[in-house]
Design a protein around this ligand. Structure first.
Ligand code: PFF
Length: 452
């Protein structure tokens, strides 16, 4: 396969892949979703299972996705079309990249609304509304935002416009520079804020909650949530990492690069937990509050901090940029495909997809207010999309993609990729994917769905 990709070019340095992939992985999933899902699933046991899922499912599947992307240097849809034309796989497999793309599309419809909340909080932080805020004030502020569809619409539209403009450019340009600055600053900011939160909050209860194992919290539903969150957080199962792998230099060991991405992703999630839970327990916020957890507890720390207005502004700005570097990878699959297959200019392709995502997003934001009583299976549209993507589509996408790589792509083709530097490590990865990750995902998904 050629080193240079036909239409997009290659990341200029192997490290750029790590930055870009970390940019996709680290986002609202770590700062917003991880704390609330941990809160809803009981804490310590979930965290341990989550770490195991990252290691035994997330990492091998991530390596598989990136490896396939780099082997073929194309977008996922054309890749599988091409493989089926060469009779490597049955034409029915074309369904898999479509499923992956649709999953990314659906995730972006609500991701953009939540990113819009972050912009709304950035706006409030800059205008000084968080200074001296109390717990009751923070709850009222969040409820006030949910009850204001016009404001949510404004920020959702602003975020989608940013996504479209960024994806409209070639993703290899500029992204790594943003992430290279963003990631270290985000980690330092989280470290400082988490330390402060542990000083003013109930650290004992928080650590006990986050790290204490309790057998009664272990059910297949909890394990399924952990798998879903691990895949969501690593951006795996949606073709996003496949697309980034397609731009990766051949010189980099894929396993090494992916391990770094997983490590960074977990670090950011744990720091977000250490920031939020001491406040949750100190200010008696309901640990099971769900999606509001981060947005109700975070303002409290800024209300207490010296120069809280400044820190709040910086933090919410980092959160918005982190959301942006994740969101662009959700659209990349379809944009790259429209561009490479139909020669539609990237900006036009991004605009087309962006308008479609935006429209569904409008319905999502209305599900927090005007349409909050319109329920399907007892869930509003946001909850439905969130759970359907995390618990059904993502695991299905990850299973099918892994089966494709492990059972259908010729082993020699993968062995030629520099998946690891040592041949024995290749065997290790291949066997883990085949005999641990895939069976584990199938068992967990089936058992979780039937509610064992
Ligand atoms: N991994 C991102 C996060 O944790 O916020 C979310 C995400 C990015 C999901 C890209 C899906 C995707 F394709």
């Amino acid at each position: 396969m050629p080193e240079s990709r036909c239409l997009q070019g290659i990341w200029s340095s192997p490290w750029i892949f790590i930055f870009a992939a970390s940019g996709s992985a680290v986002g609202l999933g770590n700062i917003w979703k991880f704390p609330y899902v941990l809160g809803q699933n009981g804490g310590g046991a979930f965290l341990t299972i989550y770490c195991l899922c990252l290691l035994l499912v997330g990492l091998p599947v991530l390596v598989a996705e990136v490896a396939l992307g780099r082997t073929v240097r194309s977008n996922p849809i054309d890749t599988v079309n091409d493989l089926s034309e060469r009779r490597v796989v049955h034409p029915a497999w074309v369904f898999v990249p479509w499923l992956a793309g649709i999953t990314g599309f659906l995730i972006l419809t609500f991701y953009s609304v939540i990113a819009g909340w972050s912009i709304a909080y950035l706006d409030r932080a800059v205008s000084g509304e968080l200074v001296g805020i109390t717990q009751a004030g923070a709850s009222n502020m969040f409820n006030g935002l949910l009850a204001a569809p016009t404001e949510m619409l404004l920020w959702h539209s602003v975020f989608m416009a940013l996504v479209v403009l960024t994806v409209g450019q070639s993703v290899t340009r500029g992204l790594s520079t943003i992430v290279r600055i963003l990631l270290p600053v985000l980690i330092v900011a989280l470290l400082l804020l988490a330390s402060y939160s542990m000083v003013i909050g109930n650290t004992h209860a928080a650590l006990d909650f986050m790290f204490r194992w309790a057998w009664q919290d272990v059910t297949f539903e909890v394990v399924l949530s952990a798998v879903g969150l691990a895949l969501f957080s690593l951006s795996v199962g949606m073709g996003a990492m496949f697309a980034y792998g397609a731009y990766m230099s051949k010189r980099m060991s894929i396993a090494r690069a992916c391990s770094i991405v997983v490590g960074v992703d977990l670090l950011v999630a744990i720091l977000a937990g250490l920031l939020i839970f001491p406040l949750v327990f100190s200010f008696q916020i309901d640990v099971q509050a769900g999606p509001s957890l981060t947005f109700v507890s975070l303002p409290i720390i800024f209300g207490h901090l010296l120069a809280g207005q400044f820190f709040a502004g910086v933090f919410f700005l980092l959160m918005v940029v982190a959301a942006l570097t994740s969101a662009i990878s959700m659209l990349e699959l379809f944009v790259a495909w429209l561009h490479e297959r139909f020669y539609i200019a990237r900006l036009n392709a991004a605009l087309l997809m962006g308008v479609a995502v935006w429209s569904v997003g409008v319905a999502v934001l209305l599900s927090f207010n005007h349409w909050d009583s319109k329920l399907v299976f007892g869930l509003n549209l946001f909850e439905l999309l969130d759970q359907f993507t995390s618990l059904v589509l993502l695991p299905m996408g990850a299973i099918l993609l892994s089966v494709l790589v492990a059972w259908f792509i010729p082993r020699s083709m993968l062995q030629n990729e520099m998946i690891t530097k040592r041949a024995s490590h290749f065997q290790w990865w291949y066997n883990t994917l085949k005999y641990i990750s895939i069976p584990a995902m199938i068992v967990i998904v089936v058992a979780g769905w039937i509610g064992v």
